[in-house]
Design a protein around this ligand. Structure first.
Ligand code: UD1
Length: 407
């Protein structure tokens, strides 16, 4: 493959910013919104609560939340994605109460939401967590919240809930991922007073109201990384456009360790193609700026053909190894040793029928299918569609032999 590919807007920022728009007193117009299933489901969820949501302009979403009356999204919609938990923080900030069924999303581990709820309670809310999470707060007040684990979801959700609380909220041990910073920027654009996003401590001074705004989303860190891995795995000369290279440093460092050279522009990246197989490396997933758990899966497909033995230590989601069973069907040699995946590099993978069991595991199978000899058929593509915009079309434009078929 060769050519240029443009990265779409950040999924994990979009799925937080769309619920965040519920807190506004006016219309929010957000550009560079990725055209992915999770965005469509969230748009539908906001509509079901009474918001006017327009997705007719490609890459843009317009949200008018002024008519929202309901605080109870349907379980059918919330079960479709993880990020529906942001409705808790957003509705709590807007109405002082929320009744949200538990979130869904990829099965990659236990994924509790105790830290989110602990944050809401610290702000003065009463929380009942049965089959629906019921949150009520006659008045929210600023508080100090110390997160026991570094959680992207809890950091953002508490930020949402605190934005209009009386006084100052301080969240300690925050997640520092680019999308945390992006949500804070979006809220500040609407008049919030948030400082410190991107560091361990975030301070939120409550304001009376948030106003309408226009905002443009950053490019997706994980899509960028997926293209970097695809380029390396297929020895393709691909220029990845509209990306933020500084968000990619942990992956770039691992690719360099594996023997690749990377050409970094202001908003472009290019992995210099090389004929030899990559060197085996050790990967340990960590919170940002460490190696992202979301890229562990696509990267593991590349390691299947490395020279030597690689290891992957997944420290964030204990079940995020299920794609390795599928890669084994394609000829990969993988094993487990006390929660560490061991990958013995082989010369080649072979195409066969495999199943995507989660979003990034699906991306790993695409990487593997592109590397493999013969034809790979991937089912379960609904997971991939949740997070990658026009992945088939983008690959086709680079020269890949890939098509979406109805079975
Ligand atoms: C988000 C991302 C997901 C990414 C993950 C880690 C979205 C919609 N999803 O998921 O793509 O893989 O961050 O970067 O943005 N935890 C608790 N209690 C809590 C919350 C989390 O124990 O209340 C634990 C989790 O089980 C996990 C760790 O904390 O082990 C990190 O999870 P978290 O950052 O919250 O991930 P998600 O928000 O689910």
């Amino acid at each position: 493959m060769s050519g240029e590919v443009t990265v779409s807007g950040a999924k994990n920022a979009a799925v937080a910013i769309i619920p965040a728009a519920l807190i506004s007193d006016g219309v929010c117009v957000i550009d560079n919104i990725p055209e992915i299933e999770d965005v469509k489901v969230l748009a539908e969820t906001l509509r079901s609560l009474g918001a006017k949501v327009d997705l007719s302009v490609p890459g843009q979403i317009t949200i008018d939340p002024t008519e929202v009356k309901s605080i109870c999204p349907s379980e059918k919609l919330t079960r479709k994605m993880r990020a529906s938990y942001y409705l808790m923080g957003a509705l709590l900030a807007r109405f002082g109460s929320a009744k949200v069924p538990p979130p869904g999303g990829c099965y990659i581990g236990k994924r509790p939401i105790d830290q989110h709820l602990k944050g809401f309670m610290a702000l003065g809310a009463d929380v009942k967590n049965t089959n629906v999470v019921e949150i009520n707060a006659p008045a929210l007040h600023g508080a100090e919240v110390y997160l026991d684990v570094v959680s992207v979801g809890a950091t953002i959700n508490i930020m949402l809930a605190a934005v209009k609380a009386e006084g100052t909220t301080t969240i300690f041990n925050c997640a520092k991922e680019p999308h945390v910073v992006e949500v804070a920027n979006f809220l500040n654009n609407m008049g919030a007073k948030i400082k410190g996003a991107g560091t361990d401590i975030i301070k939120i001074r409550g304001v009376k109201q948030l106003h309408s705004c226009s905002y443009t989303l950053i490019p997706d860190q994980i899509e960028t990384g997926t293209w970097m891995v695809i380029a390396a795995a297929t020895k393709s000369d691909i220029t990845i456009k509209n990306c933020i290279p500084t968000h990619m440093e942990s992956l770039s460092a691992k690719l360099e360790e594996a023997g690749y050279r990377i050409d970094e522009g202001e908003d472009t990246l290019r992995i210099i193609p090389k004929e030899e197989r990559p060197r085996a490396v050790k990967v340990k997933t960590m919170v940002y700026p460490g190696f992202p758990t979301d890229l562990q899966q696509p990267f593991s497909a590349l390691l299947c053909c490395a020279q030597g033995t690689s290891t992957i230590t997944e420290t964030i989601f204990e079940q995020r190894y299920r794609h390795l069973d599928e890669l084994r069907k394609m000829g990969a040699t993988t094993d487990f040793n006390d929660r560490v995946a061991v990958i013995e590099g082989v010369e080649k993978l072979y195409g066969t029928d495999v199943e995507a069991l989660d979003l990034r595991g699906g991306a790993a199978l695409i990487v593997a299918g592109l590397m493999a000899e013969g034809t790979t058929t991937i089912t379960g593509v609904q997971y991939i569609d949740r997070g990658y915009e026009k992945i088939v079309e983008k690959l086709q434009s680079l020269g890949a032999d890939i098509e979406r078929v109805k079975m």
